[in-house]
Design a protein around this ligand. Structure first.
Ligand code: UDP
Ligand code: MG
Length: 317
């Protein structure tokens, strides 16, 4: 069998401090894999500049001018890391690659694990997910929120592998299936798990970010988590109905007790503080439920408009 054509997809947003080192390290991996005849000569690295406002794109362009194994595209503006990965995978499809690996531009994920991914690919796996051995580079807050997210996703019935980020290999079959989905807000971690493709897991050690700062803050991490939940589970909507039903029963029982007290024992007491607490409590629950439904409506609203997932400004082929 001929060695596969591999694309290494790298999403980048304001990564001017990392990009050159990343290109060098990934080129070393490509040279090594070529040497071992594990990939074909036309394999390449594909950078997707997610609308950076620093020199990221200039660096990518000059790397491309020196080495045609480095390709890439630039978005018109920032569309988010999931779109950048998607654009890279779509490019891998257009360039007729046999497989594609997505990896972060800060190389926190161990690039040499790609060889293990390819071994699994050769064994016939469609998807190979990189699983972090630990989260020692993450803050306590990130570890905690990530754990809550995975637990919640599993509880809601949308299973995703724990400690898997977007470091994975997918083969041509998976690329073709991905092409059939035209959801704007595809949550890739959920997607590859949900499709039911033959999946392998490979552990790797997380490194420190090479340079620069994390591009994710609480705001965009919660956006990603909410998108994951609303894309892959309707359980929150059912919980809202269940909660409404339970509260109706509780209110009926309490109401009956109050009426009986008034009629039979004439000791009904009215306390405005309790009234206030209860109305705040139930008001809070109602708003929370409305907000949960709103998340789904928002998702429908964004999908129904059918806007492009991203807009490419320039492509270096
Ligand atoms: N990224 C992106 N668009 C964004 C935010 C991040 O393409 O809007 C890229 C970023 O350049 C990096 C990857 O996504 O290659 C992961 O981001 P980061 O390392 O900042 O996240 P963390 O590792 O802290 O979760
Ligand atoms: Mg990182």
């Amino acid at each position: 069998m001929n060695p596969p054509k591999l694309a290494i997809v790298v999403p980048c947003y304001n990564e001017e401090l990392c990009i050159k080192n990343t290109a060098e390290k990934l080129s070393e991996v490509i040279a090594y894999l070529l040497d071992k005849k594990k990939i074909s000569r036309d394999s390449f690295i594909y950078f997707v500049d997610d609308g950076s406002v620093d020199k990221t794109w200039n660096i990518i362009s000059s790397l491309h001018a020196q080495n045609r194994q480095i390709k890439g595209q630039r978005f018109l503006r920032n569309f988010g890391n999931q779109k950048a990965i998607l654009a890279g995978l779509e490019a891998a499809n257009r360039f007729n690659c046999d497989c594609a690996v997505s990896i972060d531009a800060d190389l926190q994920q161990d690039e040499w694990t790609i060889e293990k991914f390819l071994d699994k690919y050769q064994k016939g796996y469609d998807v190979v997910c990189g699983i972090r051995n630990n989260r020692k580079t993450d803050t306590f807050f990130k570890k905690f929120t990530a754990l809550c997210f995975y637990k919640m996703m599993n509880f809601l019935g949308a299973n995703i592998p724990v400690n898997h980020s977007d470091f994975r290999l997918i083969n041509r079959r998976a690329l073709n299936i991905l092409n059939m989905y035209n959801e704007r807000y595809l949550f890739l971690r959920g997607f590859f798990y949900d499709v039911g493709l033959k999946t392998a897991y490979v552990n790797f050690d997380v490194k420190q970010r090479y340079a620069g700062k994390s591009k994710f803050n609480l705001f965009n991490l919660s956006g990603l988590a909410l998108n994951g939940i609303t894309s892959y589970s309707v359980v929150p909507l059912r919980l809202v109905s269940l909660l409404g039903f339970t509260m109706t029963i509780v209110a009926t029982i309490l109401g009956t007790i109050a009426v009986c007290n008034k009629i039979f024992f004439a000791n009904f007491q009215h306390d405005w503080v309790i009234d206030l607490i209860l109305s705040c409590f139930f008001g809070g629950i109602e708003l929370f439920c409305l907000g949960s439904i709103g998340e789904y409506i928002g998702q429908i609203f964004l999908e129904v408009k059918g806007r492009p997932r991203y807009i490419t400004d320039v492509e270096l082929k």
